[in-house]
Write a protein that binds this ligand. Structure first.
Ligand code: HEC
Length: 111
């Protein structure tokens, strides 16, 4: 084998290694991003400020006063919020909507 061909092969292997390492670390970063929404610090404040006036104890179904209430109706809460149907007569910011949607997608954890 001519020396330059050997060099090219080594070079190609090195490049592929760098490429795959970059891909793997990218996937890890994305997974970290997917588990960052907290019920206590992100979702609950939105529920308290924007939903409880109508969905508090004895209010409209579903009650949204605590984690059990919200997680039991997580899919419904997600679709109402994502479609803009709730909060009734008002709007959330895109960031608030994203927090709620991501939190539900992450399993509606008590975190
Ligand atoms: C101004 C009062 C009001 C506010 C604020 C409000 N809702 Fe509602 N919500 C209602 C009423 C009334 C209903 C009953 C169904 C209807 O009239 O659309 C309802 C229904 C729902 C339902 C059930 C939908 C179904 O298919 O049965 C969900 C889930 C919901 N709201 C989530 C929320 C969330 C999450 C928030 C806060 C981001 C919120 N709501 C804020 C009044 C409100």
């Amino acid at each position: 084998m001519k020396p330059y061909i050997k060099d090219s092969i080594i070079c190609a292997i090195l490049l592929l290694t760098v490429f795959f390492t970059a891909c793997i670390s990218n996937i890890e970063e994305q997974q970290e991003e997917l588990t960052k929404v907290s019920y206590i610090s992100d979702v609950k404040p939105i529920m308290d400020a924007r939903c409880l006036s109508c969905h508090g104890v004895g209010g409209n179904f579903p009650e949204l006063k605590n984690h059990a209430d919200v997680s039991n109706h997580a899919a419904m809460v997600k679709s109402e919020v994502a479609s803009g149907s709730m909060p009734k007569g008002a709007v959330l910011t895109p960031a608030q909507i994203k927090s709620i949607v991501d939190w539900v997608d992450e399993g509606a954890l008590d975190n």
